[in-house]
Design a protein around this ligand. Sequence first.
Ligand SMILES: C[S@@+](CC[C@H](N)C(=O)[O-])C[C@H]1O[C@@H](n2cnc3c(N)ncnc32)[C@H](O)[C@@H]1O
Length: 249
Amino acid sequence: MNIGTTEAAARWDRFADEYARNHGEMGDLHKEALLNPVLFSLIGDVSRKKLLDAGCGEGYLSRLLARQGALVTGVDYSPRMLEHAKSRTPNELVIGYHHGNLEELDFLENDQFQLVVSNMVIQDLANYEKAFQEVYRVLEKDGYFIFSILHPCFVTPNSGWVKTEEGAKLYWKTDRYFYEGAYEQRIGEEEKMILFHRTLTSYINALVQTGFLIEEVVEPKPSEEVLMKYPSFGEDLRCADFLVFKVKK
Ligand SMILES: C[S@@+](CC[C@H](N)C(=O)[O-])C[C@H]1O[C@@H](n2cnc3c(N)ncnc32)[C@H](O)[C@@H]1O
C-alpha cells in the first residue's frame, strides 16, 4: 500500500471517540495488564522531570505521569484525541497538549526533555526514522526514550490465531514478516487503521543509526496477579503482542 502518515492519522481522528470510550484512567485492558507495569518499571521516578508523551492519544499516560509529579508535554496528530485529552485533564495537573506530527516536531526546542515516552505509536508512522531523529533532537544528553510497539516478529500483516472449527485457539500464525510498509487492520467497529510493519532488524538499526544506546528491551508478559484477575491473559504466555525499548541519548 502506498499510503502515508497523514491518512493514518486521519483514521485515528475518526476513531478517537470510540478509542476514548475504551480508555479509563489506566488506559485499556491490555495497557493496564501488560504495558503499564513494564513502562512504569522502566520509567522510574519522574518527579519534576520534563517529559514528552509522544502520541499521547486521549492522555491517560500523560495524566498518570503528571500525577507522579512530571511536567508533561503531550503531542498528538489527531485534534479529536487532543480534545478528549484536554477535557479529561483536571486543572491541577501540569500538562501542555500540542497538535503535531512526531515526524516534524519543529515547534519543540532541542535538548529540552529528560524523558520521552511513546506508547503504541511508532508503528503508526510512515517515517519512523524521522520520528526517532526528532525524539533524539528534543532529548537532553543522557535523556531516555521509552517506547512500546506491536511486536514486529508476531504482529505482521496476516498474523492471527489459527482455530479449530469450535473456535479453540490452536496456534498463532505469522506471515509476511519481511514486508516493510503499510497494511490495514480492523480495530474499531467500523474503522480500519493503517499500521506500518517493519522488521526487528530495521527498528534496531534505525535506533543505533540515530545515535541511541539500547539499554533494555522487554516483551511484556502477564504477572501472576494479572492472571488471577484476568485469566484470559494466559494466552499472552504463548506469544508476545508487544515490545518495549528503553534507549538513551
Ligand atoms: C494507539 S494510539 C496510542 C495513544 C496513547 N499513547 C495511548 O497509549 O493511549 C496512537 C496515537 O498516535 C497518534 N498518532 C499517530 N500518528 C501520529 C503522528 N504522526 N504524530 C503524532 N501522533 C500520531 C494517534 O492520533 C493516536 O492518538
